[in-house]
Design a protein around this ligand. Structure first.
Ligand SMILES: Nc1ncnc2c1ncn2[C@@H]1O[C@H](COP(=O)(O)OP(=O)(O)O)[C@@H](O)[C@H]1O
Ligand SMILES: [Mg+2]
Length: 271
């Protein structure tokens, strides 16, 4: 059994509370985020295509994980594309691998392999959902081709759903004249915003409790400052809150107050 680091023990926690590895069942889903997940779920049921944008660290990839656990396993086959920075041929080869197919040599053969598989899934009443994370990095030649995949239909019914997730500049790219065919096929266009002040407090509480905290080690003033400093982006909250807990442990303090957090932020901005 691995023992928890000293700073974690100091705060009476079982594990570091702000780690990246959040179990699907432990995700923080206030009603505002639940609504975004519901819209994604609806789009998949309707066999539509979706786009979700938001600033770095607001929780987009975690929303995709929530989507995975909200969709019934029977009926949907989700495929997560890890690297969207590839050219068209390699993009389809990767898609083949993710689908458990053998990648073919030419772009046409790969495309055929993917569409054939999609059709088979359709016949088995499994709706394929392709999740393209960091989609603002997609090569233009992949974007040029995606509308063909998006338009891929059999018996008038779309055979797959595309879920494009990325930074707000994804919208700028999609609204370029060149991409208007694909853009017009994206039915649901969703945005994930930063946490509001009360969300930040709730998020911190949620994560420390899951790590076994008896009370909240962050005082109300510290939470206000944490929200300002992170602008409500969860990844920044995680980083700053962890630094603060470590500093509190070094100073043998039970609570993180505003002064402690100010020191942490000053030191952080020097790095
Ligand atoms: N719903 C959530 N529940 C719990 N933690 C979250 C949630 N969303 C984001 N986080 C935390 O914030 C970090 C960044 O989230 P992530 O989804 O990777 O952001 P993005 O994809 O928008 O850059 C995650 O590693 C996780 O620690
Ligand atoms: Mg992400």
């Amino acid at each position: 059994m691995t023992t928890a680091p000293k700073w974690v023990e100091h705060h009476g926690l079982r594990r570091p509370p702000f780690g990246k590895d959040v179990d699907d069942g432990d995700l923080w889903l206030p009603s505002s985020r639940e609504r975004v997940v519901d819209s994604l779920v609806d789009a998949c049921h309707e066999r539509g295509h979706v786009m979700l944008t938001g600033e770095p660290g607001v929780g987009k990839t975690c929303v995709l994980r929530a989507l995975r656990s909200h969709l019934p396993e029977a009926g949907f086959r989700l495929t997560y594309c890890h690297n969207v920075t590839l050219g068209r041929r390699d993009f389809y080869r990767q898609l083949c691998l993710a689908l458990g197919l053998s990648p073919k040599a030419t772009a046409a053969a790969v495309f055929h392999e993917v569409t054939h598989h999609v059709q088979e899934l359709g016949e088995a009443r499994m709706h394929p959902v392709f999740l393209l994370d960091e989609a603002h990095l997609l090569h233009q030649d992949v974007l040029d081709h995606l509308h063909i995949l998006a338009n891929y239909a059999w018996d008038q019914k779309p055979l797959l759903s595309l879920v494009l997730v990325g930074l707000p500049e994804l919208t700028d790219r999609m609204t370029l004249r060149r991409n208007r065919s694909l853009w017009s096929r994206i039915h649901a266009r969703l945005a994930l915003g930063e946490a509001r002040p009360e969300d930040t407090a709730e998020y911190v509480e949620h994560r420390v409790q899951l790590a076994g905290a008896k009370g909240n080690p962050f005082g109300p003033d510290a939470l206000v400052l944490l929200h300002e400093a992170s602008a409500g982006r969860l990844r920044d909250i995680d980083r700053i809150a962890t630094l603060a807990l470590k500093r509190a442990a070094r100073h043998k303090a039970r609570k993180v107050d505003r002064q402690m957090l100010t020191h942490v932020l000053d030191a952080d901005s020097l790095d």
